[in-house]
Design a protein around this ligand. Structure first.
Ligand SMILES: Cc1cc2nc3c(=O)[nH]c(=O)nc-3n(C[C@H](O)[C@H](O)[C@H](O)COP(=O)(O)OP(=O)(O)OC[C@H]3O[C@@H](n4cnc5c(N)ncnc54)[C@H](O)[C@@H]3O)c2cc1C
Length: 552
């Protein structure tokens, strides 16, 4: 029997296409708006991450001016290349806490989304992850917990290649001396991340491990039942069979360059959208799946009146805190030598990106913020704040990114027009809920507590950024005018319980009220994980592949 499935892909698309095409009875077509990732140096070499990657591999979006963030419009780039944003991101690999996944299970009333169930996709069946020691063979004993990792899966996960820096040693010393407040935690990916942890990244053998390299390697690409189409945009999905519950198995495609040529393609079984938390709601809305009132204003016929499409956008925000230090900056990197070293043996500055440590913290239960706000954390293991420790490469400055992991602000993805080639209107609604600005202030207090611990005596001199306790009003103002984003959008086509009127997808990721169409990417997450989003997206995609396989 031959089945036909079709998708648009990033992380989830790569995973699902790879898993489904393991079975020769399924025929899979993958559609990607961007080019191939293969042979692109700056994507492969981890050290070029973020700004070192050419904008040609990105959707170069900008948000709407953020009214509560000094009216600034922020860059909002997404990957536009095989592997999606996993081909351009900072490669941090953190799963978040068990509590968020258990909240997914509670919201959807489907235990298959619980931490215990998803975790089995990583470890027990060793499917998704391939833990690997860093190139160069440094000793990593005591820096991770082998019991919570997979060793025979697809996606490489590793610790930094370089030996612990003087900063790392201070962080570890501080974790001992302030163990009540900031204890050392052997592994952030056990489902219980609270504490000071070593940073894990999607890097293997000194190269970026993206969804494309991990799931669409040469052997997978050779499969006769998998077709990959690049530089092609999915503009809309169309009704294949109308009726009380319309069937959507047809996708409309156009060359990425625009132009008038449109082709349609009908899958014999189903369509799976994995265009990400911005792309998937954009395709749904362009197709007439969304809020009937908004769609009619744009002259789009409604196929399914689902008001929550594009709503509920949840993202993590970042504020930086800095200290002058007595430690000299590291010697400058010679770019040419670094490239030659990476090309020779995949080591050196280009073989890694994030280094060092992350501190995962709860806002203390006696903090003043709880007088005004309920706690949005999914449970007692969920951190509110991530402190990502770093040192400047050019000055004697040490600091951390304060990342708010449990925001209460929500935003939207809407259409600008009924032209699928128009960029969507992205309004993350940063700081629209008063909890968020206060929580970032609490995060700055946690950072101050951490950096004034005894291990920093003689190493840190004075804070450069504002002290939240000296002038909280000025501090909040600085939050509004300097806040940036981790670009972790989620929740724009969220799952809910099968009979719930709210939400967009049922617990099997099927679009409510329709047949033949699923959405299986970070837009489906009903609660944002308290970590960087790719790890959760990989887990979601592995389960999606299981659901689709067992359905057919
Ligand atoms: C600059 C940046 C830095 C980041 N840094 C980190 C980090 O350090 N650590 C971390 O853990 N996470 C990071 N993230 C987040 C992470 O990469 C994403 O959360 C993750 O990739 C999941 O994204 P997604 O599900 O939204 O889909 P994506 O991975 O973005 O995939 C969507 C795919 O669909 C394609 N597509 C979209 N629309 C269409 C269409 N109409 N037709 C055809 N194809 C289409 C896109 O081109 C893309 O390939 C970062 C993200 C960005 C953008």
């Amino acid at each position: 029997m031959t089945s036909l499935l079709s998708e648009v892909r990033g992380i989830s698309g790569s995973v699902i296409a790879s898993r489904l095409s393991e079975n020769p009875r399924f025929k899979v077509l993958l559609i990607e708006a961007g080019p191939d990732n293969e042979g692109v140096l700056e994507i492969a070499a981890p050290g070029y991450s973020w700004d070192g990657i050419n904008d040609a591999y990105k959707w170069n979006y900008v948000t709407e001016p953020q009214l509560n963030a000094d009216n600034r419009a922020l860059e909002y780039k997404r990957g536009r290349v095989l592997g999606g944003s996993s081909s351009i991101n900072g490669m941090l690999y953190t799963r978040g806490s068990a509590d968020e996944y258990d909240a997914w299970a509670k919201i959807t009333r489907d235990q298959g989304w619980s931490w215990k169930s998803l975790f089995s996709l990583v470890s027990r069946r060793v499917k998704h992850e391939k833990w690997i020691p860093p190139n160069g063979g440094r000793n990593i004993t005591g820096q991770f917990d082998a019991r919570v990792h997979g060793f025979h899966g697809n996606t490489f996960v590793s610790l930094p290649q370089s030996d612990p820096s003087p900063l790392d040693l201070r962080v570890m010393q501080n974790a001992q001396l302030q163990s009540e407040r900031f204890p050392f935690n052997l592994d952030p990916n056990s489902g219980y991340p609270l504490g000071v942890t070593w940073t894990q990244s999607n890097i293997g053998n000194g190269e970026r491990s993206s969804a494309a390299t991990a799931y669409l390697g040469p052997q997978v690409r050779r499969r006769m039942n998998l077709d990959i189409v690049i530089n092609t945009v999915a503009t809309r999905v169309l009704t294949t069979k109308s009726g009380r519950q319309p069937e959507i198995r047809t996708v409309e495609l156009a060359p990425s360059s625009g132009g008038g040529t449109r082709k349609t393609f009908t899958a014999s079984k189903e369509l799976i959208l994995t265009a990400g938390a911005i792309g998937s709601p954009q395709i749904l809305l362009n197709s007439g799946i969304g809020d009937r009132n908004d769609l009619s204003t744009l002259g789009i016929n409604t196929i399914a009146d689902l008001p929550d499409v594009g709503k509920g956008l949840t993202d993590h925000t970042v504020k930086v805190t800095l200290w002058n230090s007595t430690a000299p900056p590291p010697p400058p990197i010679n770019d040419q030598e670094a490239l030659e070293q990476w090309q020779t043996n995949r080591t050196g500055p280009l073989a890694q990106f994030a280094t060092g440590h992350i501190v995962w913290s709860k806002i203390p239960s006696n903090a003043s913020i709880w007088r005004n706000h309920r706690d949005p954390a999914a449970g007692k293991n969920s951190p509110h704040i991530e402190l990502h420790i770093f040192a400047s490469t050019t000055e004697s400055v040490v600091g951390c990114s304060i990342i708010l992991l449990t925001p209460r602000s929500r935003g939207t993805v809407r259409l600008r027009s009924n032209n699928p080639f128009d960029a969507p209107i992205i309004d993350p609604g940063y700081l629209t809920h008063p909890f968020d600005v206060e929580a970032i202030r609490e995060g700055a207090r946690l950072a101050k507590q951490f950096f004034t611990g005894p291990a920093w005596d003689g190493y840190l001199i004075n804070p450069i950024t504002l002290d939240p306790d000296v002038d909280p009003v000025a501090y909040d103002e600085s939050t509004r005018n300097s806040l940036i984003t981790t670009v972790h959008p989620t929740g724009t086509a969220a799952m809910s319980a099968r009979n719930a009127k709210h939400g967009v997808l049922d617990p099997d990721l099927k679009v409510k009220g329709l047949r033949g169409l699923r959405v299986a990417d970070s837009s489906a997450m009903p609660v944002i994980p308290t970590g960087h989003t790719p790890a959760g997206t990989y887990l979601l995609a592995e389960r999606a592949a299981d659901l689709i396989r067992s359905a057919w």
